[in-house]
Write a protein that binds this ligand. Structure first.
Ligand code: PMM
Length: 294
C-alpha cells in the first residue's frame, strides 16, 4: 500500500474519492438520457451529493463508441446552467464536494470554471483541442488526462496493441510531460487509463490485472469503468445478450473495491452509495489488527 495521493484544490477525506457522473446528454450508453432535462440533472446531482459523492462530473457530450461530436454551443447549453445551479448547493459551497466538467473543449472548460467547476476531466488528454492545456494551466485548476487515441466515432479501429499495459503507460507518460511543460501544476494533474476507449474487453481486463504498473507514472490515478460494455459482456445471459448498463452496478462496486485496494485517487461511477460502501470496506480491512476490538 502506498500513500493515497491528494489533488490540490479538491476534497481530501483520506480515502479513495467517489466521483458521481451526471451525463446531460440524450444518448450516453450508461444512463440513456435520464438526466438530459436541466431539472432532472440538478436533482440527480443533489441525490449524488446525498449519497456521499466527493466530486460531481458533469458532461454534455456522449463518448460512447461510435458517437459523433456534439455542437459546441449545445454542449455549453447543456452543462453550464447545471454547473451554476449545483455550485449553489451547501456541500459545494462548503468544499465537501467539488464540481468537475467532462469536456474536450477549452471554451467549455473556461465557462464551467467560471460557473464553479474546479476540475477539468478531458478524455482526450489535451489532444482534441490545442487550447485546452494552456487554458487549464491558466485557470490553475485540477486536470484529468485520459489515455485516448481518437474520437469515439472510429476509436475502436485503434484498439491495436503489442502490449496494452506498457503502451498505455508510455502514452500517458508522454501526455503528462506535455501538460507539465505547458504549465499544468504538478499537484493538480491526474491520469486515467481510459477503460473502453480504443480498447477491447480483453484490453480492459489486462489493464485491470496490472493496475500497479500505472503507479509507475507517479501521479494520482482516476478509475472509470462504471457500467462499461466489457462488464455487460462478462455478465451476459446464457443466450449471449449482454447485461444492460443499469444491471452492471454490483460489478462496478466490486471494481471500485479493486481500485481502492490499488490506491487509486478516485473512481468515477454512476451510482455513488455502493462505491462509497466498497471504499469503506477496503479501508476497514486495512486497519491494523490491534483495532479489531469493535
Ligand atoms: N468514460 C466516459 C466518460 N467520461 N472520463 C474519464 N476521465 N474516464 C472515462 O473512462 C470516461 C470519462 C464514458 O461514458 P459514461 O459517462 O457514459 O460513463
Amino acid at each position: 500500500m502506498t500513500e493515497l495521493p491528494v489533488v490540490a484544490g479538491l476534497p481530501a477525506p483520506g480515502r479513495t474519492l467517489v466521483m458521481g457522473v451526471i451525463n446531460v446528454t440524450p444518448d450516453s450508453f450508461s444512463d440513456g438520457g435520464s438526466f438530459f432535462d436541466h431539472d432532472a440533472a440538478v436533482r440527480h446531482g443533489q441525490e449524488l451529493i446525498a449519497e456521499g459523492a466527493d466530486i460531481l462530473d458533469i458532461g454534455g457530450e456522449s463518448t460512447r463508441p461510435g458517437a459523433s461530436r456534439v455542437d459546441p454551443e449545445e454542449e455549453l447549453r447543456r452543462t453550464i446552467p447545471v454547473i451554476r445551479d449545483l455550485a449553489d448547493e451547501p456541500a459545494i459551497r462548503e468544499g465537501r464536494t467539488a464540481i468537475s466538467v467532462d469536456t474536450m473543449r477549452a471554451r467549455t472548460a473556461q465557462q464551467a470554471y467560471q460557473a464553479g467547476a474546479r476540475l477539468i476531466n478531458d478524455v482526450s488528454g489535451g489532444q482534441a483541442d490545442p487550447a485546452m492545456i494552456p487554458v487549464a494551466a491558466e485557470l490553475g485548476c485540477a486536470y484529468v488526462q485520459m489515455h485516448w487515441r481518437g474520437h469515439s466515432v472510429d476509436m475502436q479501429s485503434k484498439a491495436n496493441y503489442r502490449n496494452v499495459v506498457s503502451e498505455v503507460r508510455e502514452e500517458l507518460a508522454r501526455l503528462a510531460d506535455r501538460a507539465l511543460a505547458a504549465g499544468i501544476r504538478s499537484d493538480r494533474l491526474v491520469l486515467d487509463p481510459g477503460f473502453g476507449f480504443a480498447k477491447t474487453g480483453d484490453h480492459n481486463w489486462e489493464l485491470l490485472q496490472h493496475l500497479d504498473v500505472l503507479h509507475e507514472l507517479g501521479r494520482p490515478l482516476l478509475f472509470a469503468a462504471s457500467r462499461k460494455r466489457f462488464l455487460g459482456t462478462l455478465l451476459a445471459d446464457p443466450d449471449g445478450s449482454p447485461r444492460p448498463p443499469l444491471g452492471r452496478d454490483d460489478a462496478t462496486a466490486v471494481l471500485t473495491g479493486w481500485a481502492a485496494l490499488h490506491d487509486f485517487w478516485a473512481v468515477r461511477v454512476h451510482t455513488v452509495r455502493p462505491s462509497r460502501d466498497a471504499v469503506a470496506v477496503v479501508e476497514r480491512l486495512r486497519r491494523s489488527p490491534e483495532s479489531n476490538s469493535s
